[in-house]
Write a protein that binds this ligand. Sequence first.
Ligand SMILES: C[S@@+](CC[C@H](N)C(=O)[O-])C[C@H]1O[C@@H](n2cnc3c(N)ncnc32)[C@H](O)[C@@H]1O
Length: 222
Amino acid sequence: MFTSIAPRYDLLNHLLSFNVDRLWWQRAARSFASILSRQNARALDLCCGTGDMTLSLLQQARSSDAHILGVDFSHAMLQLAREKSRGTALRWIEADALSLPFADAQFDLITAAFGFRNLADYDAGLREIARLLKPDGECGILDFGEPGGMLGIIYRIYFKRVLPVVGTIVSRVKGPYAYLPASVERFPRSEEMLDRMRRAGFREASWTPYTFGIAGMYRGRK
Ligand SMILES: C[S@@+](CC[C@H](N)C(=O)[O-])C[C@H]1O[C@@H](n2cnc3c(N)ncnc32)[C@H](O)[C@@H]1O
């Protein structure tokens, strides 16, 4: 599904979010600036797609010895990420986020932007993140939420009625942009997600709403 929308993925992201997606990636990456500016920082961006979150992490890495990897299981997405990051030290790996080809306790930071929600097993995804983090390492999961109140009503109309139609027309692929609102509905609410993080071994689990809760970041420390 993701491979089929890869050619128009960036265009649709910016169009359908009115460019707010860029602010979300930057805000999430900025919140990890202290980790990324450490010497020899090792960061992994899961479900990296075409690499925008990964590139935002790179912007926050002050020293040139930071090792930042992007992982995705869609070859087409990674090819685009590779093109966008030519000339940088970013590295890209094709792998499944539920079974990653790394030894335990390798990373200071693991992020996932708008990808974690798609995993077939959220608890297994969290356990895999916990396995790969060094003790005291942190994870940041940026994903959609569902705002309440009047904004929530307008947002749901946009998300369920307008976005699937525009997404289908521009991507010329039927399916993925109707799947998007369904996947957000399936995603646990913030309290449940925080419980799952604690059960997977994360301390200081927190959720910070972005843009009135349309998106938000889950954060936890191993
Ligand atoms: C909505 S895109 C998000 C891409 C990017 N992080 C962003 O913020 O634009 C979700 C990405 O997750 C990837 N993905 C979904 N499930 C995955 C899995 N189990 N392992 C690796 N990548 C996965 C898809 O291929 C897709 O590129």
